[in-house]
Design a protein around this ligand. Structure first.
Ligand code: SF4
Length: 470
């Protein structure tokens, strides 16, 4: 998906939380968020408490742009949550940066969310609120249940236990007040969330294990679908706030694209899974060619796997500008017309006169894939055989990856051969659903964007979507 990423709509955030008595939680959160930067580059933020006061700091931009040593030093305390956000262009506003925050009597409640609720309209109606995000609605629901006069300090835990059954859809949350860190995962576990230990120094929760590694925290386990964890001065406790039986449906796109290659999910290394996708793709859809070329960087592990099984030479034929990230400077029309060249540049010496197998992890809209193919052709490729290490992306996601309306998905209404014609490649093949599931370890996953089989009732969200495009 690298080839589409700057033009892609999408929303996939990173959440973090730490309870570390005697430590500077803001520093730990900074490094945790730094490790989760790939999950959101739009804004970054953290809430930090020293047990009495809570401070919030958040802004648009990358973690390194939002925080410096001075800001972190001012955020004093041992308890913190953090968030990195990637949102659609329309909602790129400071107000949507997280954590969201509410003062409830003596309690200061902050919340960070990865995912999307599927009952946002209903919840807004129940709470009689308008023009607020699903994350703000959850914070509001929780805040209304907080009894800040409780003497046992468990007001937040009870509030989350009481309000959680109102939420439907995808939510991996970190929530805090002055004394408690709460982590909550919906009963399908669409979005990842894991628990790590700092030994005698406390606990960490994070979207991905890579955020534990950077802190030297020991991975303890994934927070289970439908589980709520409360960490405070008394230790760590686990609760089950939902009456429904957990039905694990981790997003399979975490394996395809979202998660960092060095993270582990369900006990599997993401990089190894992506290599396996490439191996299976080569077995399912072999082709005679001279060179296997990845679309960097997301296509690299699958291309390695493809080359290994096909015994076709692997070579770098495209170089990515590693510093392309998000920019707040609008490129001029002249530069925009250069499109893909802002991100990728071909190496003619690798491509010229060669039958090229071009490997990427996914195609969502396909407009830049077409530009990429033209670029490879202009660099002299004799043939281009495009291999995609996931099945065609045909359906919108309602669980946190905002793929906008279905009509913009390249594969929504096209056969593979029609897509091949559109992209002007000599051959095109996608990995099968069975191949993808096997490479991800054969668990129970959400794959609704590939199959149209949604694990939850999304009629309300789909209905809203129909209204939006009409
Ligand atoms: S619909 Fe697709 S992107 Fe969305 S959660 Fe399911 S697998 Fe992930």
């Amino acid at each position: 998906m690298t080839i589409d990423d700057l033009s892609e709509p999408g929303e996939e955030c990173g959440v973090f939380g730490v309870y570390a008595p005697g430590q500077q939680a803001s520093q730990l959160t900074y490094f945790g968020l730094f490790a989760l930067q790939h999950r959101g580059q739009e804004s970054a933020g953290m809430a930090v408490s020293n047990g009495e006061t809570t401070m919030i700091s958040k802004d648009m931009g990358l973690v390194t742009q939002v925080f410096d040593e001075q800001t972190l030093a001012a955020l004093d305390g041992h308890l913190a949550i953090g968030h990195t956000r990637y949102s659609t262009t329309g909602s790129t506003v400071w107000n949507n940066a997280q954590p969201t925050y509410r003062q409830v009597g003596e309690s200061a409640v902050a919340l960070a969310h990865n995912g999307n609720l599927t009952n946002t309209l209903q919840l807004a109606e129940d709470l009689q609120l308008a023009n607020v995000t699903d994350s703000e609605l959850m914070l509001e629901a929780i805040s209304r249940e907080v009894d800040s006069t409780r003497s046992d300090g468990n007001g937040l835990a009870h509030a989350v236990l009481k309000s959680a059954p109102m939420f439907e859809g995808a939510f991996s949350l970190t929530i805090m007040d002055q004394g408690n860190l709460v982590a909550l995962r919906d009963s399908h576990g669409f979005r990842p969330l894991c628990l790590g230990s700092l030994g005698d120094n406390g606990w960490v929760v994070a979207s991905e294990t890579a955020a534990l590694d950077i802190l030297g925290a020991e991975f303890i386990r994934e927070i289970e679908p439908g589980e709520m964890i409360v960490i405070n001065a008394s230790g760590l406790k686990s609760y089950r706030p939902f009456t429904t039986t957990p039905d694990p449906k981790l997003c399979v796109f975490e394996f395809v694209y979202f998660a960092r290659p060095d993270s582990h999910l369900l006990g599997r290394n993401i990089h190894a899974s992506r290599q396996e996708m490439g191996r299976l793709l080569a077995t399912e859809s072999p082709v005679e060619a001279d060179v296997v070329v990845p679309v960097p960087e997301s296509g690299i592990p699958a291309a390695q796997g493809f080359a290994e099984v096909s015994r076709i030479h692997y070579a770098d034929g495209l170089i990515k500008n590693r510093y392309v990230g998000r920019t707040f400077i609008e490129p001029s029309q002249m530069l925009r017309d250069r499109g893909i060249r802002m991100k990728l540049n071909p190496i003619p010496a690798t491509l010229n006169g060669q039958r090229v197998v071009l490997v990427d992890d996914s195609i969502v809209r396909g407009s830049t894939t077409r530009q990429l193919v033209t670029m490879v052709r202009e660099a002299g490729a004799a043939e281009i055989h495009l291999r995609i290490s996931s099945p065609p992306y045909r359906w919108p996601c309602f669980y946190g990856m905002d793929t906008s309306d279905r009509s913009r998905l390249l594969a929504a209404e096209r056969s593979v051969d029609e897509i091949r014609e559109f992209l002007e490649v000599d051959s095109l093949a996608y990995l099968s659903i069975d191949g993808l599931m096997a490479a991800a370890g054969g668990g129970s996953f959400c794959n609704a964007c590939l199959t149209g089989e949604y694990p939850t009732d999304v009629s309300a969200e789909a209905g809203k979507f129909v209204l939006e495009i009409s």
